[in-house]
Write a protein that binds this ligand. Structure first.
Ligand SMILES: [Zn+2]
Ligand SMILES: [Zn+2]
Length: 213
């Protein structure tokens, strides 16, 4: 069984997730959004307090708010950055994203490990499955845990909403089809942890999400 902890970061209210395997002590961080020294310290304290061994960084996509802490974690913990290569243009345009959102602090991120649909990300002796869900960004992915019944959805699917599609590379039709053809096939009881806001379930979004009628 895997465990999910969330940390709120940066002016966008982004959720950074630490997925850990209590049986082995291994953990990965998903969407490291810590921007300020205080946010970095909160993350470090969590890792230290739990005694977890951080083995990698995975990004659901390469928007600024999900990447502020990527270089910090990569340098401090000596771990590699994994993401879908279709978001490389975003990883390499953090300065422009910073200017566009009026929030300074973005630094370009290097994707060390390219991910694709169906890849498995090890967390100790358990793993997460990569589901490619383009639409919010071309390289957007969700991470699914079959053993523990949860989905890290990035900005693809929110409680009662979906990710915006007006940013570079976004496409509403593609997003809708990613969600319906891939995410809505998961078990209804799957708990969804989005990149912003409260968690939900696949079953709840199937029946009540107004953007996916
Ligand atoms: Zn985003
Ligand atoms: Zn976001």
């Amino acid at each position: 069984m895997l465990k999910v902890a969330s940390l709120q970061n940066n002016p966008f209210g982004e959720s950074t997730y630490v997925v850990s395997n209590p049986a082995t002590g291994d953990a990965i961080v998903v969407d490291p959004g810590m921007l300020t020294p205080a946010e970095q310290e909160k993350f470090d304290n969590y890792i230290r307090r739990t005694g977890l061994r951080l083995t990698g960084i995975v990004n659901t996509h390469m928007h600024l708010d999900h990447c502020f802490g990527a270089n910090y974690v990569r340098d401090k913990y000596g771990v590699k950055q994994a993401a879908h290569p279709d978001d490389t243009f975003l990883a390499e345009s953090m300065a422009e994203q910073s200017a566009g959102f009026g929030v300074p602090g973005g630094r370009n991120v290097t994707i060390d490990v390219p991910l694709k649909e169906g890849d498995k990300i090890d967390v100790g002796d358990d793993s997460l499955e990569v589901i490619h869900t383009p639409g919010h960004t071309p390289g957007g992915i969700c991470l699914y845990s079959p053993s523990s019944g949860f989905l890290l959805a990035g900005d693809t699917l929110f409680k009662g909403s979906v990710g915006r599609t007006d940013l570079p590379g976004g496409n509403f039709k593609t997003l809708g089809s990613s969600i319906k053809s891939k995410l809505f096939r998961l078990p209804d009881k799957t708990v969804v942890f989005p990149g912003h806001g409260p968690h939900t379930t696949i079953g709840d979004e199937k029946t009540s999400n107004p953007f996916l009628g």
